[in-house]
Structures are given as C-alpha cells and as structure tokens.
Ligand binder design. Structure first.
Ligand code: 6R9
Length: 836
C-alpha cells in the first residue's frame, strides 16, 4: 500500500507577507490602489487559492532584473524583426531588453524564415483582405467603425449583447514591440515529435481536410471494448450553425470505452505496474509520497467499489470538494471507472458556491477532506461542506453521503464537526474495499464530467464533457504540445478544481503513461525557491504553470531560482491568460536557462484541450503568442458582424468546426449553450476572447471581450461579483470591471452605490469584500471598492461599463463620448471619488 498524505504537521511555519498594493499596474492605477490597500483582503493572510493563484504570493523586489543568460542554449533566439505586439501589458520592450537573447544567436532572423512561418500558417490566405479588417486597427475598432450589432443574436444575455464591443474597444493598449523569435536548436528539433514546419503543415492539413481519418487513426491507439460506428466514412457528426438547427457534436459514437481503463489498467497490463504514476508533494517540505500505476489502480478501484456500494451508478453525479491530495485525481478516476459524472469544485470556493453547484447537479455523494494547509493558512473544508449541504437541503436537495478524508497533516479528526448518518471517514470505508473493480464500458458520447465556469451572467455554467473525444484529444494535445517522451516527469501546478487539473494533471498525462507531480502547496512556501526545489527533487522535465505564478516568482528575483539546478527541465508551459513578454523572457532565460521552449497554450474549460499552442521544436516562438492551432482546430477571427477576417487582423476569436473534446452542452441548459457560444457569430463557436493574427500568421490572444474577468487565470464573471455585493443589505447597486494587475493579470474593481443615507466607510468596504469572499470564494474578492453615488447609465438604464473600465484604468482622457448618458455629471463625480 502507499503511504498517502499522512504524517503530522510540525514546527512553526512562517509566511511571507502578501503583495502590497504596488501590485497594481498602470500609472495612475497604482496610486489609486495603494490608497485603497486597506480594502484588500486581510494583511498577512494567504488566500486559500490554487497554486495558479500566485497573486497572494509574497513580493518584495519590483521588477526582476533578468540576468543575461548562460551559454549552452538548446533553443536559440533569433534577431528581431519589427512588428506589432498586442499584449495586455502593453509595456514597451525595447529592443535592448530582448537583445541578450538575440545576441546569443549569431544568426539573423531573416525574411526567409518568415517565409517558412508564413508557409506553415494553416490559414494560408495571409494576404490581408482589403476592407475586411477595416473595423479594427490592431485590435481596436477604427475610428468611425460601426458598433457591434449583436441585437440580432438569439436571446443572448442582455448585458453581453450591449457590452461586447465596448469591452473589445476598451481592450488592450497597442504598442510597437520588437518581435524576437526563439527557435529550438538543431538537436531539439531533430528529436521533436513535430520536428519541422513541413511536418506540422502536412499533419494539420490532413487533420482539417479529413478529420475522421486523422482522429480515427489516433483513437485506435486506445482501448475500445467496442469500436465506434462509422457512417459514410465519418466518425463524427456536428452542427455548429444555429440557423441549421440545434447545435450538436458527437465523436466516435457507438464506441465503448473507459478513460480510467485507458489511463491506468492499460499501462499496468503493459507491465508498468511498478512505474511511478504520481509523485505527491505536500504543502510542508518533507511530506511526500509516490504512487505507482499499480497503486493508483488499486486506490481507484477501492473508491469506485465504495461508490457502487452506496448506490452510485452510471450517469449519477458525484461532487468532489478536495484539496490536492492524491485522493483527488483518484476520486475523479474512480467516478470515470463506473461511468459516474464527476463535478470537481475547487476547494477555495465558498459554501454558497458549493451549495449552488450541489443543488444544480444533485450528487448522491460528496467526497471531501476535513481540512488542508495552504502555505501557513489552514482551511476548514469540512465546515464549508457542512454549510453547503445545509443550504442545499434548504433549497430542496439532500445529499445522503459525505465521505471525509481525514487529512491529519492539517487537522485532527476529533476537532472535525460531524453529522451522524451522513458523514463517514474515507479511511473507515475505502481501504477495506476490494482492489478489483469491474470497468463500466461507456459510450464515447456518455458524459465524463461537469465543471462549472463563470459566464457573463450571475449563474455559473456547468460545462459538460463526454468521454471518447475528450480522451483522444487531451492525450494527443498533451503529447504534442509538450513534446512528451516516455519516461519523462511532468509537473502541472494547476489544481484539479480547474479544467487544467482535469485535462493536464490527470487525464492527458496519465493516458500517456507519464509520471505526474501533484503539489498540494503554494509556490512561495516556505520560500520562493520551492518550485525549483521540487523540480530538482523529482527531476521534472516538463513544467506547466500560469503567468500569474511566473510573475509572482519573478518579483522575488533570480536568486531563489538559481539556487537550484533545474538541469532536468526540457519544456516549459504557460496557461490561463496572455503571458506578457517580460514574464515570458524571465521564464525562458532564468527558469529555463534559455534552453527550454515555452508552450503558451490557449484553451478553455469549454474546449477541454489545447486549441492554439506551440509544438516545441516545430516552429520558432514569439514571446506572448500562442502561435498556431493544434491539429484539427480551425480558428477564425471575425469582425463585429461575424464576417471572417483574413491575413493580419484583429477581432473576435471563433472556431469553425468541432474538435473531439468540444464540450457537448451546458448541464441542464442546452439553450444557454447555443445562445452563449453559437448565436453571437452564426456558424462559429465563439470563445469570448479577442485575438490578433500577425503578418506571419501567429495568434496573439488579447483577453476576454465579455464581462468575464481573468484573475490569476481564474475566470470570474463580473455579474457574479455584483450579485454577491448587492447581497449586502447596505449595497444598493454594484458594477464590476477588470483592470490590469501586475501579478494577477487582472484585478477586480467594484463600483458600489450604497443605499440612501448610509455613510461610506472603511468598515463597510471590508464588509463588502467579506461578502464576496463568503458568497463566491476568497479569490473573487474585489481589489478595489470605488464608492459611486451614481453609475454612468444610458437613458434606457444600461450601465456603460466602457466608461467604468476607463476610470478603473485611470484613462480619464479616453472616456469617449459621454453625451448619451442619462446624467453625464456622474462621470465627473466618479473621477473625483477615485482615490477616496
Ligand atoms: C485553460 C483555462 C479560459 C480563458 C480563455 C482566455 C484565457 C487561457 C490562455 C488564455 C491567453 C493563453 N486563457 N489560456 N489567454 N493565452 N495561453 O484557462 O481555462 O479557466 O476556462 O479560462 O482563459 O481568456 O478564454 P478557463
């Protein structure tokens, strides 16, 4: 048996102070925020956030001075060609800032090479189409361009209809940026899975021209108890066009398989039972364990047998609210093994959020733990679950069984609140189960999991993924985007509460038989070198994290990195938000010693797997660009009228056709699935992101264009935060927007109107923040509360968020036309109150 998550917490633990208000980016923005630092979540307190929320990491030094890098680079950088970079951070990178890299190359980046990248561009029609891009200039609507006309969409959320374009126009600053290309050296390229642009081009072409053959060949490498149906040579059916009927996507229908079998049994049967499947590293250094594929299969089988014993059947939902113990992926795989649908809720969400998700999917069982330590902070998960189950009961749904993992490292069993008859200790019921568990063969189209994500309205969306296509796609993307080689150790820092933890901590790597590192803690505990200590400890070859974590670590300087060898690192990855070139360069030069390509992977909860991503060695990288589409992905950049733009352009990022892991619906709300994603631009899946394609065909994601704020890689709907704020009895109205934040990417900026006669005070500010923490979770707490006696509204009563975004960004001279406001005087008042 394995020794999992046991031991006793010892010794005093010190925690670095959280970042101060200096974390706010933007000239005037920073001063405003610093005056409001009292409004931030409690001093010295660490957020119970996932690793990806490195925002709460300690910070001292300002900008890290990136050391000029060492020799021995495997990836070489090439010299610059001027171009336009559209990044959220807009900071001008002088050519000299990047010249260290360029200087090492000794090979000029020539037009000839651009020729190659143009040739490989899957959207080969690179010549700008006159007129089509006219509405945008570098991602912004050109002067005089028409406002987006989304009024024709099928009942899309009203706010979305009116605000999409405003958000896009309020978007990123466009700056001239020197584009430096980073190219893998000969040796790396020679051994890469996709070793040349020609190979990519050839495979990409087949994947879009004949997706059925392309994906069937890959799918055949998995175990199928029964092969899928083939109709007229097709293994998939789809309708992406609301005008042609209901949106529908199916891949490998009729095929019977099991993702757990493919992720575990298949490797055990191939003689790999004793190979390590997962290294678990606890929050506290010294607490760790390793689990072989054999161990993992035993554990999963035991949990699945238990679930069966309490009546969980194929198609039933199971909610998992657990910290990053080995038991979390185990619980997911156990559900998959018996055909149950898992719904993992990030163990940083509040009781209210958990209750909402429980009431929505009505699980028979909730799997949880009594508590967890994250850094120096103890989080009492059991009381949150108790609260949530009470709330769900009041709303009419009663959970019969709550299985509680006794996490002795964090808290004592005796100190855990208990509801007799409902609660049961994990350790009392799981280890006694048989380690043999029959596999439930499910249809490729049977649901695998539900994962809630924020949208532009208050109610989170239950994104539903099915089994077969998701399995094939996550495995294939993992392999290619990280150029994975058998035997390599891979570390993804994401929590399983987010899609990254599903697709690239659990399913993708395990399907490939990779050894995964699962880390319970935070990147800066006990110090800023923790990540690199872990990299050396397990000889991590592939390291995948989020820009927010990179920025937080970068602020600590190079020393904590250089203290550790990091020789094993071969490929780095980034996910969750656009990575600004300064962070990219630091990650590349300091963390990767200028040796490791960075896969900046663009994708979403909805897409299930990588959509636009580098394939290391396949083509040169541009810092901040996710580069090119994955096999089978057909991106389209459209203008506000839904017209596809060609060549160099900016607009709304859509996808033209299905890919195997397309989400199939929103749980219990197919109409919302259609109106949110397929109605805005007819014939396309709309991602909600803005995007620029440069003259070489590289894709640059520029952030959300809807009312979703991306805080430390976590999607938070502004409506969700607003709804939490107005729950406070003294809050009359709230409007929430995002603003640039140095570490978190975006911070939450809330304009709040109090009820008549109530005095604005610091105490109230804290209470409002506390309200959001308790309603959604600490990671959604507003960074800034801006008192607003009035909000800028049109005569029809719609809040003009465009103006609020400008005020939040201190771009007062860019407010634009305010004459259509019911009361233009409100704007003046808000500007005056900015620092109050
Ligand atoms: C995987 C994940 C999705 C949103 C997405 C976009 C942003 C993710 C990105 C990126 C630029 C990248 N995003 N990866 N933006 N470059 N490499 O994060 O899923 O939580 O659903 O968020 O995150 O805005 O629309 P999810």
């Amino acid at each position: 048996m394995t020794t999992l998550s046991c031991g006793v917490l010892s010794g005093p633990i010190c925690c670095p102070a959280p970042s101060s208000a200096r974390g706010v980016r933007g000239a005037a923005g920073s001063s405003g925020a610093s005056k409001r630092s009292g409004g931030r979540p409690g001093n010295g307190e660490r957020e119970p956030s996932s690793f990806l929320s490195a925002s709460s990491a300690s910070a001292s030094a300002s900008d890290s001075s990136t050391s000029s890098s060492s020799s021995g680079s495997d990836i070489t950088a090439s010299c610059s060609s001027s171009g336009v970079f559209r990044g959220r951070f807009g900071a001008r990178a002088s050519p000299s800032a990047l010249s260290g890299a360029a200087g090492r190359v000794g090979r000029g980046w020539t037009g000839a090479t651009f020729g190659i990248s143009r040739a490989i561009c899957p959207l080969r029609c690179m010549a700008p189409t006159p007129g089509t891009g006219a509405a945008f200039t570098n991602g912004r609507p050109a002067a005089g361009s028409s406002q987006v006309d989304l009024t024709s969409v099928l009942s899309v959320d009203t706010r979305y209809k009116t605000e999409t374009h405003a958000a896009a126009s309020a978007g990123e600053q466009v700056v001239e940026e020197t584009q430096v290309l980073f190219e893998a050296n000969e040796e790396f390229r020679k051994n890469a899975l996709v070793s040349s642009t020609e190979k990519y081009e050839e495979m990409y072409k087949q994947s879009v021209e004949d997706p059925d053959t392309f994906w069937s060949e890959i799918a055949s490498q998995f175990h199928w108890e029964k092969k899928w149906d083939v109709t007229d040579g097709k293994v998939h059916t789809e309708n992406f066009d609301v005008r042609k009927g209901p949106i529908k996507v199916e891949w490998f229908k009729g095929g019977k398989t099991n993702i757990c079998y493919n992720a575990l049994d298949r490797h055990v049967e191939a003689g790999r039972a004793n190979d390590v499947a997962m290294f678990w590293e606890g929050n506290e250094p010294g607490y760790d364990s390793s689990v072989t594929f054999g161990n993992l299969l035993d554990l999963v089988s035991q949990v699945s047998n238990y679930l069966r014993s309490v009546g969980v059947k194929k198609g039933d939902a199971v909610v998992i609210y657990m910290p990053m113990l080995v038991e979390l992926p185990v619980a997911m795989l156990a559900c998959a093994r018996i055909g149950a649908i898992h719904s993992v809720v990030f163990a940083g969400f509040s009781a209210d959020s958990l209750a909402q998700r429980i009431s929505d999917c009505k699980p028979k069982v909730v799997l949880t733990a009594n508590g967890v330590m994250r850094g120096t902070k103890f989080i009492n998960l059991k009381t949150i679950v108790d609260d949530a189950l009470k709330q769900a009961k009041q709303e009419g749904y009663t959970v019969e069984t709550s299985v509680v993992f006794a996490n002795e490292v964090a808290t004592k069993k005796e100190e855990t609140a208990w509801v007799e008859g409902r609660d049961i200790w994990w350790q009392d019921v799981i280890p006694s189960q048989s380690t043999k568990s029959e596999v439930e063969w499910v249809d490729a189209e049977d649901p695998l999991f539900l994962l809630y994500t924020s949208g532009s309205t208050g109610k989170p969306k239950g994104v539903l993924h099915s089994t077969g296509g998701y399995m094939v796609y996550t495995a294939t993307t993992f392999k290619h985007a990280f150029d994975y080689r058998p035997g390599e150790v891979y570390w993804c820092t994401a929590d399983c509460g987010w899609i990254t933890g599903h697709s690239y901590l659990t399913y993708g790597p395990l399907l490939n038989g990779a050894t995964v590192v699962n880390f319970e803690g935070v990147p800066t505990y006990p110090d800023a070198g923790r990540c690199w200590e872990i990299v050396d400890k397990y000889n991590v070859n592939i390291f995948y994290t989020a820009p927010t974590a990179i920025r937080a670590l970068m602020r600590e300087g190079d020393k904590p990195v250089k203290k550790h060898l990091r020789k094993s690192l071969r490929v780095l990855g980034s996910v969750g938000e656009p990575i600004n070139p300064a962070a990219w360069k630091w990650y590349y030069e300091v963390v990767g010693d200028s040796r490791c390509p960075i896969s900046d992977t663009w994708w979403q909860t909805e897409t299930g797997g990588f959509m636009i991503t580098p394939m290391p060695g396949g083509w040169p990288l541009k810092p901040g660009s996710a580069t090119f589409p994955f096999f089978g992905v057909q991106p389209a950049i459209v203008d506000e009228n839904g017209k596809e733009l060609h060549g160099e352009c900016s607009g709304y990022l859509c996808v033209k056709a299905s890919w195997p892991s397309t989400f199939r619906t929103l749980f219990g709300d197919h109409p919302r699935y259609e109106t949110t994603y397929f109605a805005p631009f007819k014939g396309f899946y709309f991602s909600g992101d803005g995007c620029h394609r440069d003259k070489d065909g590289y894709y640059w994601l520029t952030g959300r264009v809807d009312d979703v704020i991306n805080v430390s890689g976590h999607r938070i709907g502004s409506a969700e935060v607003e709804s939490a704020l107005v729950h406070h009895p003294l809050c009359a109205e709230a409007a929430v927007v995002g603003y640039d934040h140095e570490v978190k990417g975006q911070g939450i900026y809330a304009f709040v109107t109090l009820v008549e006669g109530v005095e604005y005070s610091d105490k109230l500010r804290k209470d409002l923040i506390a309200k959001v923490r308790s309603q959604i979770g600490p990671f959604a707490a507003p960074d800034i509360i801006h008192w607003a006696p009035g909000l800028p509204k049109t005569r029809s009563g719609k809040i003009m968020r465009r103006i609020l975004r400008k005020i939040a960004a201190s771009q007062i001279d860019e407010l634009g036309d305010v004459s259509t406001l019911a009361d233009p005087g409100v704007v003046e008042q808000l500007i005056e109150l900015r620092d109050k």
